[in-house]
Design a protein around this ligand. Structure first.
Ligand SMILES: Cc1cc2nc3c(=O)[nH]c(=O)nc-3n(C[C@H](O)[C@H](O)[C@H](O)COP(=O)(O)O)c2cc1C
Length: 369
């Protein structure tokens, strides 16, 4: 076997996916907004923390199980909502969902998936539905109703896309969906579904710039499902979200794909955790690439992390099996990191587990120091 075929890190999976995907698809998945400073910062932020391991702790029964919004998950790593899985593999979201289901992991399914939300539900995966609210509010109402009927257990409203960020790679490549890759959940929504209709056309045609905090109450009234806001980066918005009665917050900068220059999500995590003071569950995504990243995020107050690109690389390289392998690697690395840092369960991972790396001073609110 060629050494290049041994894939043991997320970087290995990305390199293999890059060889397999068209440059347009690879750039769409890998890229960020603007100069991609925030994209890179998402990774760098993890290097600003070190792990302070404890010795002689009984870790013979290490246990990664936890709950998110009261739902049991076998490990605190969820699949972030990502668009267009058919760009990576013909079985698209179905392959992703089957892999997640096989591990009992929780998948957040995107509005702009390339299989319908009902088809994804049939895999039996534990699932939340990510919602983009569009100009046609009635269409969003129907999407929420469909998700509820199809057994989705939470609605994740993405709040960082009033319009699409400026993604230079996609502009240069004139990114467009190839034939056969469609936003099937949006059929009959008046959107162009023809081959080549780009993502940009979708958002350009259906701006949701008018969405405000007042609409959060409206959204909550649409179904009894818990509501999570994805894309919060400041204590001010964390406070408003808490007052609005949401059930969860995902601290996120959309994988560096929306506004370049915003902070790494890991850097924004402590102030959000401090602001909500335990009233709302806080999750984080952006740049999580190894088990020690998950451990650091949990130590800084996240209930769980979400990963995006890593499982897309797995999907591109090996379909369902690739997604499974990526998730297993992250899960097993987290288990190893917990054992080696003397933490037998997720509940044992607390703030004392991390400290600032030499020469760096990550911003931490006083109460979390
Ligand atoms: C290719 C791609 C497509 C995405 N599509 C969506 C989407 O449809 N809805 C959404 O809320 N977030 C979307 N995101 C953002 C992810 O949910 C998540 O915030 C981000 O990928 C996390 O960063 P990571 O890729 O570094 O793990 C997308 C991200 C990528 C990379």
């Amino acid at each position: 076997m060629d050494a290049r075929d041994v894939r043991i890190t997320m970087e290995d999976w990305e390199a293999a996916a890059r060889e397999k995907l068209s440059p347009m698809a690879y750039d769409y998945y890998a890229g960020g907004a603007g100069e991609e400073w925030t994209l890179a910062e998402n990774r760098r932020a993890f290097d600003r923390w070190i792990i302070r391991p404890r010795a002689l702790v009984d870790v013979s029964g290490v246990d990664l199980r936890t709950t998110v919004l009261g739902q049991r998950v076998p490990f605190p790593i969820l699949l972030a909502p990502t668009a267009f899985h058919k760009l990576a593999h013909p079985e698209g979201e179905l392959a992703t969902a089957r892999a997640a289901a096989g591990l009992s992991a929780l998948m957040v399914v995107s509005t702009v998936a390339t299989f319908t939300l009902e088809e994804v539900a049939q895999t039996g995966v534990h699932r939340w539905f990510q919602l983009y609210v569009m100009e046609d509010r009635d269409f969003s109402v129907r999407l929420v109703e469909r998700a509820h009927l199809a057994g989705y257990q939470a609605i994740v409203l993405t709040v960082d896309v009033p319009v699409l960020g400026r993604r230079l790679r996609d502009e240069r490549n004139r990114f467009a969906l190839p034939p056969g890759v469609e936003m099937v959940n949006l059929r009959n929504s008046g959107l162009p579904q023809t081959a080549g209709s780009g993502l940009f056309t979708f958002f350009a045609a259906q701006p949701n710039r008018g969405l405000t905090w007042e609409d959060v109450a409206w959204l909550r009234s649409l179904s009894p499902l818990p509501l999570v806001l994805k894309g919060i980066l400041t204590r001010e918005d964390a406070e408003l979200a808490t007052e609005a009665g949401v059930d969860g917050i995902i601290v996120s900068n959309h994988g560096g794909r929306q506004l370049d220059g915003v902070p790494a999500s890991l850097d924004a995590l402590p102030e959000v955790v401090e602001a909500v003071a335990g009233r709302v569950e806080v999750m984080v995504d952006g740049g999580v690439r190894r088990g020690t990243d998950v451990l650091k995020a949990l130590a800084l107050g996240a209930r769980a992390v979400l990963v995006g690109r890593p499982y897309l690389w797995g999907l591109a390289v090996a379909g369902e099996e690739g997604v499974r392998s990526v998730l297993e690697t992250l899960r097993d690395e987290l288990g190893l990191a917990m054992i080696l840092s003397g933490r037998a369960s997720v509940a044992d991972v607390d703030r004392s587990l991390v400290g600032p790396a030499p020469g760096s001073s990550p911003e931490t609110p006083p109460s979390l120091r």
